[in-house]
Write a protein that binds this ligand. Sequence first.
Ligand code: COI
Length: 324
Amino acid sequence: MAITVYSVRDDEVAYFQQWQQAHPEEQVQLIKVDLTVETATLAAGSHSVILLQTKPVDVTIIQVLAQLQVANLIVRAVGVDNIDAKAITQFGMQLANVPSYSPRSVAEFTVLQLLQLLRQSFRFNIAFKKGDFRWTPFLGEELVGKTVGVIGTGRIGAAVIAILKGFDVHILAYSHHHNLAAQGVQYVDQLPELYRRCDVLTLHIPGNAENTRLIDGAAFQAMKPGMILLNMARGSVVDTQALLAAMDQHIILATYDNEAPYFGQDYSQRKIDDLYLRALMQRDDVLLAPHMAFYTKPAVENMVNQALDKSLAFLQNTPTLEVH
Ligand code: COI
């Protein structure tokens, strides 16, 4: 039986090979390109397709896979917002993700970026390389005593809170499920309360229709001046135009709404046509990372193994899609 894997990077290959050796009855086909309507035919003869891309997997792609009798689509990531889930059901296919691969990878990156912004270390490291060893203008802030709001207390939000507890901060949370209330996390019922009270606000919610542009112009206006906003969720959660107009805020972005054509690519010698992205890159108070909060060795190993294991689980029973 065959499994076709798309968007395979060099750093993943050894993990795929190890799994293949342990499962000689399966034939794992590794493909470097993304899944598109043109490349979908490469999955002929496979029961499962495993993918990792932020580009859309729309009905036309899913139709080709269904015609090839691919039964299962497995995203080796948490977010499935780029997959047309209705089309999956329409064509009788099954969808899975791997939400437990490493909440800690994103949580540690969240705290890393926050501390970097507070201490401006990303700026003085650049100055240092140029031989500028002055302290000013890099007078830092401290995290201790600050009020940190966490929107979304699923796996990743919970991991962020666990780390932040060691920093002596006040934590406020907003989430559909008050899953950490028993552990003393204080939930608020209304987002504006977080905007008003927090010095730092970090987003860990899915990129679904409900959360699209959740952080809009009105939200920015309601925020405490100087608040640090971290978008560790999907780029679609923040209205980029409103963000660029929000001069009072300090922003940390781990994703960007129109990232699909850019992030993961080398654009150092190419023109970036997206004016918003260029504007974000130029601002000193914006710390932008190209969707790599997840990118650690344990996370990559788990993404590969858990996705492959799920393709086998589909053959035996039916794992359901897990939400984060
Ligand atoms: C996720 O796991 O949802 C991520 O954002 C990782 C990314 C490589 C798609």
